[in-house]
Design a protein around this ligand. Structure first.
Ligand SMILES: NC(=O)c1ccc[n+]([C@@H]2O[C@H](COP(=O)([O-])OP(=O)(O)OC[C@H]3O[C@@H](n4cnc5c(N)ncnc54)[C@H](OP(=O)(O)O)[C@@H]3O)[C@@H](O)[C@H]2O)c1
Length: 306
């Protein structure tokens, strides 16, 4: 299916989470169009297997797997430094696709840096990689005379997680009842905050084109994530749940994301639905420019990403 639409020609692309699900299909589409693709994930076995599958299916030998953890500041630093070494002429496309949700009803996970794992993966990871690789993206923009792209994956879960400055300090609101399903809320929250972040990045980095796609429910193993009862149920009944929820095949999401990159004159910093109409979660946090500014300041302070 990925060969049916015309893909933009990028020289170098980096796809975080390119070893499974949506990310692997994005890597497939890019490799089929002749791009040199770097895929990133934590699990080396899955990564090497994905690299082989993409090379075998597309005939493009320029697919590299790098094992890095984008939820850690050190992992992102190492990844960015490696990418700078191996993308002469700059990076034409950064796909901030890697994402994580915990399916535990109760109990959160934290990174060695002390951040919530969901927030560190879905918000701080993409923000920091965009910042660290901005020089490379800029180099590609200058080489081609067109803006290099940064594309991210949002979620409809972002519709239900209004951001307040208190929730920025700690998205797991206090009180025992609130601790149930906190991970679900934090996931939506992290995606909503990343929507704010791309709008801000579009202002800060006008030389790059930065957009998000909201794919809707996609047929991957994403929700089997980190254990818990819900994770177990998802694992056992994945196919049935996907069918019942009308899940979209990951290659369709990948095609749409690449079509986004091929569409001229997109509003910078905007997010899109699968039919390429504009999408933005509603709420005062998103609509009020002063509040957005304040939220951005707190995001910078809590993430340590400057
Ligand atoms: N599936 C859906 O229904 C759905 C809906 C809306 C939005 N999304 C979003 O779409 C994106 C892709 O989801 P998917 O369904 O394709 O997920 P997936 O099949 O679970 O794949 C996730 C990818 O991210 C990598 N990853 C996770 N944490 C990482 C980390 N800390 N550092 C580096 N790599 C990491 C994983 O590799 P390792 O585990 O080896 O690190 C894997 O390659 C995510 O951002 C997700 O939030 C998905």
């Amino acid at each position: 299916m990925f060969r049916e639409i015309e893909h933009p020609q990028f020289k170098h692309a980096l796809v975080t989470g390119g070893t499974k699900g949506i990310g692997r299909e994005i890597a497939m589409g890019l490799a089929a169009a002749g791009t040199h693709v770097i895929i990133v994930g934590r699990n080396a076995e899955t990564g090497r297997e994905a690299q082989k599958i993409v090379i075998d299916q597309t005939g493009n030998p320029h697919v590299i797997f790098l094992a890095h953890n984008i939820s850690s500041a050190a992992g992102r630093r190492e990844l960015a430094s490696k990418v700078r070494e191996i993308t002469p002429g700059g990076l034409d496309l950064l796909v901030n696709n890697a994402g994580f949700t915990s399916t535990k009803l109760l109990g959160r996970e934290f990174t060695a840096d002390g951040h919530d794992l969901i927030v560190a993966t879905n918000l701080f990871g993409p923000m920091d990689l965009t910042r660290q690789l901005h020089g490379n993206l800029d180099e590609a923009s200058q080489r081609t005379g067109e803006r290099a792209h940064v594309l991210g994956i949002s979620s409809t879960a972002a519709n239900h997680a209004e951001i307040t400055t208190a929730s920025l300090e700690d998205p797991d609101f206090h009180g025992l009842l609130n601790r149930f399903f906190a991970n679900k809320r934090i996931y939506g929250w992290s995606k909503r905050a990343y929507n704010l972040a791309i709008a801000k990045h579009a202002e800060l980095y006008p030389d790059i084109q930065i957009n998000n796609l909201n794919p809707g429910v996609t047929d991957t193993t994403f929700n089997q994530g980190a254990g818990g009862l819900v994770g177990l149920i998802n694992k056992r009944f994945n196919r049935t749940i996907s069918r019942l929820r009308n899940a979209v095949p990951p290659e369709v999401v990948a095609n749409t994301l690449l079509a986004l990159a091929a569409t001229p004159d997109l509003p910078n910093g905007a997010s899109f639905n699968m039919d390429l109409t504009l999408w933005e979660p509603r709420g005062r946090d998103i609509a009020d420019p002063l509040l957005r500014q304040e939220l951005w300041r707190v995001i910078l302070r809590t993430s340590g990403v400057h």
